[in-house]
Design a protein around this ligand. Sequence first.
Ligand SMILES: O=C(O)c1cccc(C(=O)CC[C@H]2O[C@@H](n3cnc4c(=O)[nH]cnc43)[C@H](O)[C@@H]2O)c1
Length: 233
Amino acid sequence: MRVLVVTAVPAEREAVTRGCRLAGPPGGQADGSADGSADVEVVAAGVGPAAAAAGTARALALAERDGRPFGLVVSAGIGGGFAPHTGGPLVATAIIAADLGAQTHDGFASLTELGFGTDRHPVPLALAGAVAKAADAALGPVLTVSTTTGTAERAAELAARHPGAVGEAMEGFGVAEAATALRLPTLEIRTVSNPVGPRDRAAWRVHDALEELSDVFTKIMPVLADWREGEPT
Ligand SMILES: O=C(O)c1cccc(C(=O)CC[C@H]2O[C@@H](n3cnc4c(=O)[nH]cnc43)[C@H](O)[C@@H]2O)c1
């Protein structure tokens, strides 16, 4: 099965590619079992949900045209962590558009609450759990925003609205929208570069998070290689 991994920037794409290479070449054993590596293509689609959706849709469409369709799509990269997840890998149990909706007199109303569609995408939970176990990652909802949280108040507002949320990033919902349009399952995997909250660029650990991202993909490649479409979600 082919896996499409979508990152925002080239540095994340290189980190994922390094991690995949360390897991060995794609292919399978003569008996059809996996050899611990998956056939992975990694694209850097740009920052934010719109760029992510466009880049994902393009990659999926080209693969369909070429007769080499993908079976799984993964949104991956660095991200913010909600306390207590201020470091390490995160795996989404749901991919949620946290600021897609309307400001009302009663506060924020999501797209779902407005009746205009969905503000969340499910993930194949059995696969997410296996990936999280392999990567020693925290499991929980990952929020997609168009504006990075910059205050403790906003972080608290998001955490209260989405109990159990482990992380925040800017691409997952866009990737999931494009994947869902082709009825493909989506995962989101992040490594924490900073705590979600007050804007403090000095607190960002981008290099460490990129190193961790490589390590995560080396660890999870056998899980991705063994997974088959249609398995329990
Ligand atoms: O506020 C700043 O000065 C600042 C400095 C560097 C980077 C940013 C970003 O907003 C990076 C967004 C980019 O990285 C992902 N990311 C990483 N941490 C977070 C976060 O806490 N909230 C949302 N996105 C985050 C994101 O997926 C983008 O690709 C700001």
